[in-house]
Ligand binder design. Structure first.
Ligand code: NDP
Length: 333
């Protein structure tokens, strides 16, 4: 396992990490969740990603119990939570979600309890909140850091100009600026990370923990011949995700990727994850898995990344046709 700095911050995260969305507290048993965490930790993963909204807080409860049971030294792993969507069942009351000072504080305290930890290493604003001034959220996050309840705060799926605004507000008010962003990034969707955020890496030293490197499993090739039973896009409550992810033009690209992977002696998953690792702005690629064998396979991506030469990366760009063009009207503030 290789370790990378979280942007310009001193803390180091494993370049592959493990997240719990859809799986922990929902799709998989607690025993499988525990086996996944052990496989991850033994493979060198030091960063576990979670959020208040995952399985309405149950994902954090499960992870917290496992961390407590396994008793790994606290200075050998990092835990992340995220605030915005709320953990209360719907319909939620007005202050049970969003980025107001009230909800940010309450979400942090609830996550600490569920995860059974004294502090969160990383705390993300899971989306931006048009109903809260950015200054209010920046101050709340900065205060949590001053209180020692959070070590680093960041954003997730924010526009570049929103991240810049948070950073500027923090600088002007002598508060702590955001350290990292958690965007969607994979071979099918590259614009935001490679184009829209381009200036933020040098300018504010932004780190990235990227999600869905396999586009919810699509890039494994498992959906090329229909919907396999027992797979995420076949889950009853995730029809919205299936509609978002499964598009005929994408399936053709996935087929081409599978062919190249075969020629390289890699699985499509390993190739897709290794490709994410080649972006030097990425601090960590967050993996998801519903089975230990999947994680075992995906952990091979670090070694595979070394095989991806500039010529191969160029071939992949041409084959997938998703490399952003400078003329794209991405939001460049
Ligand atoms: P992926 O795109 O890698 O999808 C993971 C899923 O793909 C697995 O659960 C499994 O689903 C399938 N899969 C993975 N590996 C294999 C394999 N080798 N062979 C076959 N199938 C495989 O990542 P996620 O979408 O899960 O995202 C990773 C993490 O990122 C999340 O857990 C979460 O922590 C974070 N995230 C953050 C978001 C944000 O807004 N900040 C949003 C979404 C995720 P199955 O077996 O069920 O088909």
């Amino acid at each position: 396992m290789n370790y990378r700095r979280l942007g310009k911050a001193g803390v180091k995260v494993s370049e592959l990490s493990l997240g719990s969305w859809v799986t922990f507290g929902e799709q998989i048993s607690d025993d499988v969740a525990e086996a996944l965490m052990i496989k991850a930790y033994d493979g060198g993963i030091n960063f576990f990603d979670n959020a208040e909204g995952y399985a309405s807080g149950r994902s954090e409860l499960v992870m917290g119990k496992i961390l407590r049971k396994l008793g790994w030294p606290r200075d050998t792993w990092l835990i992340a939570s995220k605030v915005f969507f709320g953990s209360a069942e719907h319909p939620q009351k007005p202050n049970q979600y969003g980025l107001s000072r009230k909800h940010v504080f309450e979400a942090c305290h609830a996550a600490l309890k569920r995860l059974q930890v004294d502090y969160l290493d990383l705390f993300f604003c899971h989306r931006s909140d048009p109903e809260t001034p950015i200054e209010e959220t920046v101050r709340a996050m900065s205060d949590l850091i001053a209180q020692g309840k959070v070590l680093y705060w960041g954003t997730s799926v924010w526009k570049a100009h929103e991240i810049m605004e948070a950073w500027s507000v923090a600088r002007e008010s002598h508060l702590v600026p955001p350290t990292m962003e958690q965007p969607y990034y994979n071979l099918l969707q590259r614009d935001r990370v490679e184009l829209e955020y381009a200036r933020l890496y040098d300018r504010i030293g932004l780190g990235l923990t990227v999600w869905s490197p396999l586009a919810s499993g699509l890039l494994t090739g498992k959906y090329s011949d229909g919907l396999p039973k027992d797979s995420r896009l076949g889950l009853e409550n995730y029809g919205w995700l299936r509609d978002w992810v499964l598009k005929p033009e994408r399936l053709e690209k996935v087929r081409r990727l599978g062919k190249l992977a075969g020629e390289l002696g890699l699985s499509p998953s390993v190739l897709a994850i290794a490709w994410c690792l080649k972006n030097p702005h990425v601090s960590s690629v967050i993996l998801g898995a519903s089975k230990v064998a999947q994680l075992e396979e995906n952990l091979q991506a670090s070694a595979a990344a070394e095989k991806l030469t500039p010529e191969l990366l160029k071939q992949i760009d041409e084959m997938m046709g998703t490399k952003p063009k400078e003329t794209s009207n991405a939001d460049n503030h």
